[in-house]
Structure formats: C-alpha cells, structure tokens
Design a binder for this molecule. Sequence first.
Ligand code: GLU
Length: 467
Amino acid sequence: MSMFNKYFIDYRVFVTLLIMSTEKNIVTRMAPSPTGRFHVGGIRTAFYNYAFARKHGGKFILRIEDTDKERNQKEYEDEIYEVFKWVGMDYDEVYRQSEHLERHQEILRNLIDNGNAYEAEGAKDGSGNVIRFKNPNKEITFSDEILGDITVDTTDLGDFVIARNNQSPLYHLAVVVDDYDEGVTHVIRAQEHVANTPRQILLHEALGFTTPTYAHVPFILGPDGKKKLSKRDTNVAALDYKEQGYLPEALLNFLAFIGWNPGTEQELFSKDELVNAFNLEQVQKGPGGYNLEKLAWLNKQWLNKRTEQEFRAYIDPLFNELRDTPIYREEVMEKITPLIRERTEVLADVQTMITEGELDYYFVDPEINTEKVIWKKGTKEDTISHLEKVSEMIGSYSEDWNKEDLKSHIFPYADELGRGDVLWPLRYSLSGRDKSPDPFTLLEVLGKDTSLRRITSTINELRKNTG
Ligand code: GLU
C-alpha cells in the first residue's frame, strides 16, 4: 500500500467518524408538564423530537416538568408514560424536573451573586418579593429551523421574573438549566413557546451556556380551520384514542403528517419509515388541519395489515356480553368476523353495528314484517312460490355449502323470474332487515337448518296474512 493510499483511507475514515460524532451529539427532549391530560398534539411534538434524534443516531430524552406543585397530578404523569409506551416512542433517559431543584437553586444564587438577577417586588401588590433577571436589553436573533430567522428586541420584556423567591426557580430558568445539563442540542417544541425563546436565550447567554437550536412546530387547527384544536371540537386526550380502538400506528402516521410531508405519494408510513423520512426542513410554518376522516381511513389501512386472528382479538371485547348469552355461537362469530372487518374503519363502527342490531339476525331469528317481504310490485302468491322454490333448491344441498355454489344454482332462477322478486324476499326472510349482506352470503353464514327454518316461517307468515 502506498503512502498516498494509506492517507487516503485514513482521511475517509476520519471524515466518517467526524460525521458520526457530530450526529451522535444530537440530543432532543420532550418536556411535558403533568398538569393535564396528554394531548394528541403532544404526541406529534414528541414524535418529531424522537424521529429527529433516532434518524441522526442521537439521544431522545423525556423530561417531566413537574415543578408546578399545585397543578401537577400523578395520574397525568402516568398517562405520559403510557402514551409513549403505546405509540412505541422509547426514550434514552427520563427525568423529573423537580429532582433538579438544588441545581436550579445553585444557578439562581450564581445569577444573583454575579449581578444578573436581583430581588424585587412582584407584579401584584402585596404578593411579596420575587427574583428578576437583569435584562441587558438587547436585540436577539435566532434562526428557527422551521420559522427561519426571528429577531426580537428584548427591551420590551423588561426584567422578567425567574423565581418566586431564592428557593423557587420558575419555568424559564429550570428549562434553560436542564436543557444545558442534559446536553440538549435541539429544542423542538410547540409554537406557543416562540415567545419564551428570547428570554431563555438571554439566560443561556448570561450563564455562558451554548444556546440550543430551536424548531417551533406549528399548531393544529380545529375543524373550523381557524382556531386551535381544542377539546370542544373532539377528543384531544391521546389515551382517548387508545380507548376508542385507534391503532397506534394509524394515530402516529396521522399526527406526523399534520404540518409535515415528505413530499412523496406514499401515505402509509410505519414508525420506522417516518423516522427515516423525517426532517425539519419539510415541517411547514403554518398550522395544520385535523381531519378525523383521514384518521379513520388510516386506521382502516393499518387494520388491514392485521391478521384475521388479530382482528378478532381487536373486536372481541365488544362481544363479551353476547358471549355470555345462550344465543351466542362461536362458529357464527367466526364466519361474520370477515364481514365485520370489511365494514370497520374504527372500533366504534363495530359498536354501532351491535347497538343498531345489525348483527342480531346472525344469532337469533328475526321478526318478519310481511309487508316488507314482497318486492315492489310483486304479489304475495308469487313471493310464496319463489320462496318455496328456493327452499327446495337449498334443501337439496349438503350442509357444507358455500356461497358460490348456492349462487350458481339460485341465480339463474332469479334471473329468469326477476332478481328483485326472488332475491329480495329471500334476503329479507333471512335477515328481517332492509339492509344486510347479499342472500348468498347470509345463507353461507347461517347454514342450511337456520336458513330453511327462516324461509319456512316467512312463508307461513305470508299465508296467515290473507289480506
Ligand atoms: N413544559 C412545557 C410545556 O409543557 C414545555 C417546555 C419546553 O418544551 O420548553 O408546555
């Protein structure tokens, strides 16, 4: 190997290592406050942080900002962990901000000792003294990865409050110290924090900390397309979506695409595909819409990827009550599962089928309204005769009939004597409803005995009714 080659290889290794080491340094964090239910918008912000860190081989931190003792609740904190677990956002480190109180107090003392902060009156009369930051009153420009350059004259911010007293540092100070101590390189957070950023940069500078890169994510619009999405519009608590049977893949896919688009035709993205495709450059500046129909569609696409067995497990809890009754038949349930699946976008659709009685006739003989049996201008006599003929045909079948067999037999007859006149009474006798799957599907699911019993009973009803 010549000297040149040796150096050439070393040079390439060096560059690769350099790139790897700078990428490794990327550290992002999600810093939710457990003062309310974790919001779907929080999943999106967290996911952008997660994806950015994972894509660049960096580190993703979850920091619970639990310093507001009056408003914190343990259940909200637990909900955060549950949501992260549900959607599969694993974090490399987890902190609770309250654990760092001593460190925050130490920094606060330093600021006071160095003349960068001082004790002064609070905003409200009689509320006692607070600690204020001595604002250098300068212009600050930061380059937001999403919004571009932002320049603010901090004079307008005055000497803002950074602690309630010398023992109780407040949000701005705590965030700045934690981000620095945890080595956070990129602060990706909701746009409502843009206004906080100049204050935080002033603190970083006063403390001699390197300022992280900021990326402020646009907010999510409610259905009116004007206001921010709120709980007055729809469910916004992330776990509500879990309870309603949305798949985590679908929700993540949906949320990631609000205000971000990789610019391809592909719409279905797994978590890993999202991570690979994600970049901050393609996050839009303006707010993104929240389209629940899109979510339902995505849910259906992700449901389609589940096996028959998984789908069955997904809907099974809704059938707990029915399963305990004598009318329940497992073989029927097995047969109708694919039919239910075809009609299901979200679990609520299955609940609707149950509460609307759309599945009842699979388990119990329906009540027959004799007026509805007859097709349009058909007569009672013809209807009876068609039903008798069909009974005869299906009576000659063995029990292991299938839909296609039945169809090839019955359909030619219906074609000849009038499709509606033959198939409507047949379908109606089997289901007792204006809407149901086609009669061949019903015959297959119900089986020979049940089908014949229902048809015979309809014929008898028609005969009784001599009007
Ligand atoms: N704890 C803040 C919040 O929940 C977030 C702070 C930040 O991301 O800098 O809104």
